[in-house]
Design a protein around this ligand. Structure first.
Ligand SMILES: Nc1ncnc2c1ncn2[C@@H]1O[C@H](COP(=O)(O)OP(=O)(O)OP(=O)(O)O)[C@@H](O)[C@H]1O
Ligand SMILES: [Mg+2]
Length: 498
């Protein structure tokens, strides 16, 4: 017992129908169900593959019916519509509780073939006369229903609708064959007012009302729905969606949905300018840090070589590494940075230092730390800068040759005349971020213990790793030095620390 397998284009047709049927449910102010017949049962049993409730009225079905089976006994009209290939209307029991409703069954045709049945289900409206708006909505729905039976709706090359696309409740304008306004709903009239259009719209074309008409023109010309946003002075923005109404291939009019999106656009603009402000601030912070770093460099140059000068050089480099993070943050407003870019800059900086010390060190990075929040990326940049600096400073002797048993950590690249290597491997599995920095230098001095080191560089590193990042650090000597960092990188990592 399987539901009919609908061919791929057929399936796409049904999917398009379900993508645009919110409008249909709103127009007919009823619940819609899409029913797929079971194979080889000539329309005696169907399964519900989609359900849509109206936003313009109450729903008849409080429960979710998708996946439910419906048989001939329960809904005789559905089977009849399927067999006739025509719209069938009547009163029918719905659900198991003997409730009765008005049911309209609309066969869905595509490429000459029946695919499914769309049912419109509404409460019995005994003794209640619908208002003008409701009457016109339902009339338009009936035109769509005919198009569905004829295989003319949904449209093949339909524009995508979004959350912000105008809906029936936002404002409805019905256009006739000559693109003249036949009817404008109260909300549509209000939207027109906001655009400064106060003339009675009926009988006039939109351009005669003083409104751009390109969407309507294009929609009539291409026989496809067209979306457009129309901007007016004093920041009024109207979103218009024009959907042609057809009868056997002939355009008989169009439905235009219009929505005043001025507030949405204003909010967008505010958000954009907030983004721009954040970027601008990062840019300024970066500039200021670069200025500080230049000042330190100038000061350092005037000192005699020695501890004081080294200290200034170190600070200068740390500040530059922080500036790199802000530089990247200034490019887009997210609080996340692609660390790959940062590490590239850090490597360049370390290569410059190595070069200025006359040490031919080759740097290599491997893996990726991914996108990191700024409050993780900033300390990490400072940490890696110090580790690179230490490798350049301490791992390799000043005479330009590696120590006797110095070994390449990552295998030697062919033809590389720089046997001194520093390699950084980064990985981030969403829970942990690991950073391994290895060099093939002389290794740590005998008796070295990270826990008891009082020298500044590694003390800062240790402090940043454990306190600011909540992670751990280990250092191994031997053939070269290996520093291993393990930093929590799950959601919220870095929050509340430091
Ligand atoms: N990659 C390395 N290879 C060999 N020895 C290292 C390496 N990294 C650190 N060391 C040793 O650890 C010591 C402490 O490093 P640390 O960075 O704390 O201080 P420093 O580099 O000497 O001074 P600074 O405060 O300027 O960084 C170094 O003096 C050095 O002996
Ligand atoms: Mg150091």
């Amino acid at each position: 017992m399987t539901a009919v397998v609908v061919s791929d284009p057929g399936q796409a047709h049904l999917q398009r129908l379900m993508a645009s049927w919110g409008m249909l449910a709103d127009l007919c102010i009823s619940d819609l169900l899409l029913l797929l017949p079971f194979a080889d049962e000539s329309g005696s049993r169907f399964s519900v593959i989609g359900q849509m409730r109206p936003t313009t009225g109450q729903t008849l079905h409080k429960e979710d019916l998708v996946g439910r089976l419906i048989d001939e006994v329960e809904r005789p009209l559905v089977g009849r519509a399927w067999r006739l290939g025509e719209i069938v209307e009547g009163e029918s029991g719905i659900g198991g509780r003997g409730e009765r409703a008005r049911v309209q069954c609309i066969p869905v045709r595509f490429g000459g073939q029946l695919l499914a049945v769309l049912t419109r289900e509404s409460p019995l409206s005994i003794g209640r006369r619908p208002g003008e708006l409701e009457r016109i909505y339902v009339q338009v729905f009936d035109r769509f229903a005919r198009m569905i039976v004829n295989g003319e709706f949904p449209f093949l090359g339909e524009d995508v609708t979004t959350e912000e696309s105008p809906r029936v409740g936002d404002g409805v304008i019905v256009l006739d064959q000559g693109a003249r306004v036949e009817y404008a709903s109260p909300n549509a009239v209000s939207a027109l007012h906001r655009m400064g259009i106060t003339t009675n719209a009926e009988g006039l074309r939109l351009d005669e009302l003083g409104m751009e008409e390109t969407a309507v023109e294009r929609s009539f010309a291409t026989v496809l729905p067209v979306n457009e946003e129309i901007e007016r002075r004093n920041d009024v923005v109207i979103s218009l969606r024009c959907i042609p109404l057809l009868d056997q291939g002939r355009i008989t009019g169009a439905l235009a949905l219009i929505r005043d999106v001025s507030d949405l656009r204003r909010r967008d603009r505010l958000l954009i300018s907030k983004d721009a402000t954040i970027r601008e601030i990062h840019h300024r912070v970066k500039n200021n840090l670069q200025t500080i770093s230049s000042l330190l460099r100038l000061r350092a140059r005037r000192l005699h070589p020695g501890l004081g000068r080294t200290a200034l050089d170190d600070v200068e480099r740390e500040i530059r590494s922080i500036a790199i993070v802000h530089e990247i943050l200034s490019r887009d407003a997210s609080e996340q940075v692609a660390f790959e870019e940062i590490i590239r800059s850090l490597v360049r900086m370390a290569e410059d230092t190595a070069h200025s010390l006359g040490k031919p060190v080759r740097f290599r990075t491997e893996g990726d730390a991914g996108e990191l929040p700024a409050d993780v990326a900033t300390p990490l940049a400072v940490i890696i800068t110090e580790l690179f600096q230490n490798a350049v400073e301490h791992a390799f002797p000043d005479d330009g040759k590696p120590d006797e048993d110095g070994e390449s950590p990552g295998g030697d690249a062919a033809g590389d005349d720089r046997p001194w290597r520093v390699e950084a491997a980064l990985a981030n599995n969403g829970h942990w971020l690991t950073v391994d920095v290895r060099d093939n230098g002389r290794g740590l001095p005998p008796g070295f213990a990270l826990e008891s080191t009082t020298s500044l560089g590694l003390s800062i590193v240790r402090d940043l790793v454990t306190t600011q990042l909540g992670g751990s650090i280990a250092m191994y000597g031997g053939k070269g030095t290996h520093v291993e960092l393990r930093i929590p990188a799950g959601p919220g990592a870095g929050d509340g620390l430091g």
